[in-house]
Design a protein around this ligand. Structure first.
Ligand code: GLC
Length: 400
């Protein structure tokens, strides 16, 4: 199978133009809107063969930015389809998602050297990252909080079970009910982050903060190209402050754990978030070696026949195929985590490990198609079909 051709085909089939904006739907039947981190992945993918479309994807994503800088995690370009998160501002959700936008914009710039593109995006980018740093860290401890599990991109990950009061064996229907209740609470506190976090849900998430650090670094590079010394200083300083705070509050026993609430209660559920800090270089080389050897390569926990489990097989919450053979962040393999881990491993010089992730990703796409996620034990495809994340293999070079 020509995997590059198949990847481009899925991207093309899912491309839409609405209201003068062009974007890519993650899956035409399951997810017919524009999503924040998905669009960043799309821009990264498109930067390899259609940088003009990559630019459009990011412009479209930023076109619904709120006055305070927030970028919503969903834009409902097509009216009339009901969805769980159809609340808040007209036509968008009112929460955000892992802030991958600066990284994606930088990658698009590197493939085009188009400075005017950076110029046109920069004010929106700067105000988005300022929003996160100002509004999501009320106590100035430099860890950015999320107000809803969906802001992590991993809607039903068991690391949020304790703040949601969910049981490890919760069904997907019951889980959705808990998240709907939280949405109602978010609505009641008008998405005022400080209030929502104090009263309902306040997680200092490893994935979100790691992504933020690497994106602040990308923002600093963008600011440097545009000769905005103040913006560059802001981005570099906060990348460092967040990295230091993650070390102080989230690092324990050689790995990073997310934490909840004002007292940083650690959410000790072993998920692939142990590995995402590799992406931003947050481990020392010795720590990275420990994490890779003890956890990533361990067949009893994360290293499955068909890829990296998103949750350790030793966790009570682990389910290879979700609760009802559907999409789930409680164990199945997903392509975005594979992409983060691939780049994290390369950063530390683990070329063979990275090549293995790439090979397993391609093998899954070949045997099961472009599905939303995959059973780690059997390789069976789960959830949405025609899902774009598989095209991230175009951003995984053959490193062997
Ligand atoms: C699912 C995923 C989320 C993604 C969305 C659209 O809800 O959990 O991460 O952004 O689908 O693909």
């Amino acid at each position: 199978m020509d995997i590059a051709r198949e990847a481009r085909k899925v991207m093309e089939e899912n491309r839409c133009t609405t209201g003068g904006h062009m974007y890519t739907q993650p899956s035409k039947d399951h997810y017919p809107y524009q999503w924040l981190w998905d669009s960043c992945f799309h821009a990264i993918i498109l930067s390899h063969y259609d940088p003009a479309a990559a630019q459009e994807e990011l412009r479209s994503l930023l076109s619904k930015q709120f006055a305070d800088g927030m970028v919503p995690h969903i834009i409902y370009w097509t009216p009339g389809i009901l969805h769980l998160f159809r609340w808040g501002m007209e036509g968008t959700s009112s929460i955000t998602q892992p802030p991958m936008i600066a990284y994606a914009a930088w990658q698009v710039y590197r493939s085009t050297s188009d400075k005017s593109f950076l110029e046109s995006l920069y004010p929106a980018l700067l105000s988005y990252y300022r929003f996160l740093v100002d509004k999501r860290d009320p106590r100035d401890h430099h860890l950015i909080g999320i107000i809803n599990p969906d802001e992590s991109g991993e809607d039903n990950s068991p690391r949020f079970d304790s703040p949601l009061s969910a049981r490890a064996d919760i069904s997907s229907i019951d889980h959705l009910a808990l998240r709907k209740k939280l949405v109602d609470e978010n609505v009641a506190c008008k998405f005022d982050a400080e209030l929502c976090m104090r009263e309902h849900f306040w997680v200092k998430d490893v994935l979100f903060n790691t992504v933020l650090i690497e994106n602040l670094r990308a923002l600093a590079q963008i600011a440097a190209v545009l000769k905005d010394a103040e913006g560059e200083h802001f981005a570099r300083l906060h990348a460092e402050l967040v990295a230091e705070a993650m070390r102080e509050y989230l690092f324990d026993g050689g790995i990073y754990w997310s934490a909840s609430g004002a007292d940083y209660a650690q959410l000790r559920v072993a998920t692939w978030n142990h590995f995402v800090p590799l992406f931003a270089g947050l481990y020392t080389s010795a720590e990275a070696e420990y994490v890779v050897r003890t956890h990533l390569l361990n067949p009893a926990t994360f290293n499955a026949p068909f890829g990296v489990r998103t949750v350790s097989r030793e966790e009570k919450a682990y389910r290879a195929a979700g609760y009802d053979n559907d999409f789930s962040w409680r164990g199945p393999v997903w392509m975005a985590p594979h992409w983060f881990i691939y780049h994290g491993l390369l950063r530390y010089g683990y070329a063979k490990g990275a090549a293995d992730i790439r090979d397993k990703s391609i093998a899954l796409l070949e045997s099961s198609g472009f599905r939303e996620c995959f059973n780690p034990e059997t390789g069976e495809g789960l959830g949405a079909r025609g899902f774009t994340w598989g095209a991230l293999v175009l951003d995984m070079e053959d490193a062997s």
